[in-house]
Design a protein around this ligand. Structure first.
Ligand SMILES: [Zn+2]
Length: 321
């Protein structure tokens, strides 16, 4: 196994090293691509998983302090790739075992069926995964402001008087999830304008470079799913609700109420707003990790989140054909 959910210190460098190792080990099914640069000059990377013509896009690590999803998404890439590669071998082994007795047969058979489904999915789809859109913020949340190498940026961040473990922003102190151009975007300070940030531009570019079928953005604020878009027609929202309800069944996450799409007084400008309004395709915000979780987030949340998301991403892929 390359991605170890038990590693306490999962830094940006570790994430990059693991992502590269995955692309080498599973070179027939995973491609590693650098799609942009953060303001403190870190690579924003994409893993392309699958060989299909249809695309879905998954993104994590938009909010710095929500540190669980980037490593979990990477582990899911590995898990799907393993199942894909192992499927044929497992099938052969299992046929042999059918002639003997094995108490684990049922479990293995179920895993094989799941593997077969993943195999089919990745032949039809390519899942484009950006595990960490905001690498600078992620490093602030994990290591403190010393992680920012550019002295001017570091000073600006420190001047905001927000504890590093609570940091949501990028290295310029901007909330990327309020920076996407859309109907509900509002100016929050003088000189504020949408798509001002490298991270925002990188994801927008990725959206437009691939004709995709759907988009999932992973956050960590209380095991729920945001599906409703007040700026989109009823027909769009009906479809969103059908998808969200299926994903709810898989994960037991709750569905957020339509009126909670944007909090009173807050600006829109989320990744999903942009995607919905520009492509009219399904786009959901998935909030992992229980509501009470404190920052810095305990690594004990990684494994249950992995268990939930490995089914959720598969389910979403199979629904947006
Ligand atoms: Zn978030």
């Amino acid at each position: 196994m390359i991605v170890d959910l038990n590693v306490a210190d999962y830094s940006y460098d570790k994430l990059i090293a693991d992502a590269k190792a995955l692309a080498i080990k599973y070179d027939s099914i995973i491609k590693y691509v650098t799609i942009g640069k953060s303001h403190d000059n870190r690579d924003i990377i994409l893993l392309r998983l699958g060989s299909g013509q249809k695309h879905i896009i998954c993104c994590g690590g938009v909010h710095a302090r929500e540190t669980i999803n980037p490593v979990v998404l990477l582990r899911i890439v590995e898990y799907y790739a393993e199942l894909y590669i192992n499927y044929k071998q497992q099938k052969r082994d299992l046929l042999l075992k059918l002639y003997g007795t094995d108490q684990h047969l049922k479990e293995e058979y179920e895993l094989m069926l799941y593997g077969a489904c993943i195999y089919e999915l990745l032949q039809t789809y390519t899942i484009l995964i950006v595990p960490l859109l905001n690498p600078d913020g992620y490093m602030i949340a994990l290591k403190g402001f010393e992680a920012i190498r550019d002295a001017e940026l570091r000073k600006r961040c420190e001047g905001m008087n927000v504890p590093s473990t609570e940091w949501k922003f990028n290295a310029r102190g901007i909330d990327i999830n309020r920076n996407f151009p859309c109907e509900l975007w509002r100016s929050k300070f003088e000189g504020d304008h949408p798509a001002s940030e490298n991270e925002t531009k990188t994801l927008i570019r990725l959206f437009h470079e691939h004709k995709s079928r759907g988009f999932l953005d992973f956050h960590s604020r209380g095991k729920s799913i945001y599906y409703y878009r007040s700026q989109m027609p009823e027909s769009y929202n009906k479809k969103q609700l059908v998808l969200a309800s299926r994903l709810q069944k898989v994960t037991n996450y709750k569905l957020e109420e339509p009126e909670d799409e944007v909090e009173t007084g807050d600006s829109g400008g989320n990744t999903v707003h942009y995607y919905s309004e520009h492509f009219w395709k399904p786009a959901l915000t998935i909030e992992t990790v229980e509501d009470e979780a404190e920052f810095p987030m305990d690594i004990k949340y990684r494994l249950p989140t992995f268990e939930e998301l490995r089914f959720l991403i598969f389910e979403f892929g199979s629904m947006v054909v």
